[in-house]
Ligand binder design. Structure first.
Ligand code: ADP
Ligand code: MG
Length: 687
């Protein structure tokens, strides 16, 4: 979801419809001139020189110009277009395995042509396979700079993007904002750096451009790191200025502990202590509690809630899905009702009188703990005294919901404390740099008595084998999940897929009750199916990813994930966490549809090799790169684009040192620098 942005145009007239490339630009976040100017090439093509054909050697990448002496379609082995190009020094064959009639026309005999590609020593002399070709007039001028190649997409042709970037670069205000002496020595002004990166002059140190060690690159990285440090500092200052109720109570948490059927792990004790310390301070807590699936975050949240409630303040707990919220609700009722505490339930599907009564109880302060989906943050919900907000699976809430929550919290007289929980860990370096305004607590230990899940990867051809395994599990009185993927753009197809799988399994497992659960079902029906599975009336549950979070059925010992290659690693890990909750050894089968890309293989292998969520997050980062981590691409690309924390630590140190100084001595320049770099993303960073 893109970050909300301020439209530069008055909203009075309807703007003309946008073209597909325009929309693609927006999706990439290329809205302002400066955004375009900061969209840097991933590589360059050298069209500034013409190479003579004669001296070319196998493996050279070159641009040649010559006249076509032959152009024919060869059909003997495989249909292909063969063109011979001559210059004064020799001749070269151009070979096209895929081509349009227009290519053939462009390369007619007698035509002068520029061709660029890699030279190969072919069977019949040297050739280029699929070169880039262009018909030219004799004496056509050569470009004066290397040609940039930008990250583009099918909806966003390279030529369109080049033009857009070039004009953005021309219009963007690129005046130097940083006072003299603050930019590390040897780095060029921003304008110069950008011009050099978009249009490097011929003869530039290509290697330095490519490995990003060129001073122009260094300048961009430095500015980026500085913007990020500045915005974090601003956020920290803003939070330090806020006031929150000091929540302190020992009695209620103690009573809750006495109720629990288990004792907390050492890791749980540690994070509880961190949270309790925060709650007792007059500034709002802003803490992320991360812990692997099944590490026991809910009870930590319950203890935090007990502190807040014991201190006389309300607590709200939000989960991204109705099923998950219901599970929390059930668990909290179990734990808290014996202490004489009412837990209120608020969800989107709760309407009418029931909802009105609930809202009244929340507004009067009679309901001390409110559990629900994001319905809890809707505008008609008014709290009497909200002291603590807990957001489970925080990253699964959309940006808009996160901003709504923030607005809700800020509207309180005293700002409530905020505890976010996630099973998708943020690697430490990312946490330090992007979330400097976020304190992180980590549960790094699972409750005792869990048996690690064994993960196996099979091609879909082995389906029968997998079904036989299901039969086996069911015979032993165990339960099985079968998960089908959900692809947003084709929801009905997935539904069809899940329905077919359901029918197939029901037919193949005559002795078993097979249930079906999908996102399109009404909430009540979903809950009914879930309850049947929980109570063991269903042995097999076919589900789209609605079961992703929270479901707790210890008797389930096998999970099959179909089209596993379509899921993110974090998601697979979450899903897998649904089995292995009891004492029996559990198995997770990842079915994939061949052929699988190398990346696809590496990802599934990572799943089979480790059950450690942190390790999986690390590998995910390695395989995909930080740009895609945590869905950041969709959510406004908050992560660094140019700098690399490990590689550019020297620049990071400089930026870290400069940021506080700049903020004090040149607050306006600091502000403009942040806007230049983060612009519309600044809002997102708050979410
Ligand atoms: P998650 O961190 O994935 O949200 P939960 O809070 O749902 O995990 O906990 C998973 C299961 O472990 C629950 O059934 C919970 O009651 C149980 N649990 C939590 N802490 C402990 C503990 N210290 N000892 C034993 N079981 C625990
Ligand atoms: Mg949980």
């Amino acid at each position: 979801m893109p970050a909300p942005r301020v439209s530069p145009m008055p909203a009075a007239s309807t703007p003309p419809p946008k073209s597909a490339p325009q929309r693609a630009l927006e999706r990439l976040g290329l809205l302002r001139d400066i955004d375009l100017a900061l969209h840097l090439p991933m590589r360059y093509e050298d069209e500034t020189r013409i190479h003579a054909i004669g001296p070319l050697r196998d493996g050279d990448v070159a641009q040649v110009e010559g006249v076509v002496s032959e152009c024919r379609i060869e059909t003997r082995s495989r249909r292909q277009l063969l063109v011979t190009l001559d210059d004064d020094s020799g001749s070269l064959r151009l070979r096209f395995l895929n081509f349009y009639p227009s290519t053939q026309k462009q390369l007619a005999v007698g035509q002068r042509v520029r061709a660029r590609g890699e030279v190969r020593g072919g069977f019949l002399g040297q050739e280029m396979v699929h070169p880039v070709v262009k018909a030219v007039q004799p004496g056509a001028p050569l470009p004066q700079a290397l040609t940039p190649v930008y990250p583009a997409s099918a909806q966003l042709p390279q030529a369109y993007l080049r033009k857009a970037v070039a004009s953005g670069l021309q219009r963007a205000p690129l005046d130097e904002l940083l006072p003299p002496g603050t930019v590390p020595a040897g780095l060029p002004p921003l304008r110069e750096a950008l011009l050099a990166l978009h249009h490097p002059p011929p003869g530039v140190a290509m290697a330095a451009l490519e490995d990003h060690s060129h001073p122009a690159w260094q300048r961009l990285k430095f500015d980026e790191l500085l913007a990020q440090q500045l915005s974090q500092l601003q956020a920290q200052h803003a939070r330090a200025a806020l006031r929150a109720p000091m929540l302190r109570d020992a009695t209620l948490p103690q009573q809750l502990r006495a109720q629990l059927p288990f004792t907390l792990t050492a890791a749980q004790e540690r994070v509880v202590a961190e949270i309790v310390a925060d709650l007792g301070r007059p500034q709002p807590m802003h803490r992320l509690l991360q812990g692997d699936v099944g590490s026991g975050k809910t009870v930590v949240a319950a203890l935090a809630a007990a502190v807040a409630i014991g201190a006389g303040w309300q607590c709200a707990l939000m989960a991204p899905t109705e099923i998950l919220a219901e599970q929390h609700f059930a668990k909290l009722v179990d734990w808290l009702r014996p202490l004489g505490l009412q837990v209120a339930w608020l969800s989107g599907s709760r309407k009418g009188k029931g909802r009105a009564r609930m809202l009244a109880q929340v507004a009067s302060g009679e309901a001390m703990l409110v559990v629900g989906t994001h319905a809890v943050i809707q505008h008609d919900v008014q709290f009497a005294k909200l002291g603590l907000a807990v957001v489970d699976e925080q990253h699964r809430f959309g940006v808009a919901q996160r901003l709504a929550l923030r607005a809700k919290l800020e509207s309180q007289r005293l700002e409530p404390h905020l505890l976010m929980m996630s099973a998708t860990p943020i690697p430490r370096t990312l946490a330090m740099t992007y979330f400097a305004d976020l304190d992180v607590s980590t549960i790094d230990e699972l409750p005792p008595g869990r048996t690690p899940v064994v993960t196996k990867v099979f091609a879909d051809g082995k389906r029968e084998l997998v079904i036989a395994k299901i039969r086996d599990e069911v015979r032993q009185g165990r339960q099985v999940y079968w998960v089908c993927p959900l692809v947003e753009e084709s929801e009905h197809l997935d539904l069809q897929n899940a329905t077919e799988t359901h029918a197939q399994l029901a037919a193949a497992l005559p002795g078993a009750a097979v249930g079906l659960l999908h996102g399109r079902m009404p909430a009540a029906e979903k809950a009914a199916v879930m309850a049947q599975f929980k109570q063991g009336q269903l042995q097999v549950l076919v589900a789209t990813t609605v079961i992703e979070v929270g479901v707790d059925v210890p008797n389930a010992s096998l999970m099959v994930i179909e089209h596993a290659e379509r899921f993110g690693l974090a998601q697979l890990h979450q899903l897998r966490g649904r089995v292995g909750r009891g004492a029996v050894a559990s198995v997770c089968v990842l079915l994939y549809t061949a052929p699988l890309s190398d990346t696809g293989k590496a990802r599934l292998r990572a799943m089979a090799e480790t059950t450690d969520g942190f390790e999986i997050a690390r590998r995910d980062l390695e395989i995909r790169g930080p740009g895609e981590f945590m869905g950041a691409r969709q959510s406004g690309d908050a992560l660094l684009r140019f700098a690399d924390l490990a590689e550019d630590s020297a620049l990071l140190q400089r930026a870290r040192a400069l940021a506080p100084q700049l903020l004090v001595q040149h607050p306006q320049a600091a502000q403009r620098h942040v806007e230049r770099w983060l612009g519309s993303k600044a809002e997102f960073l708050k979410a």
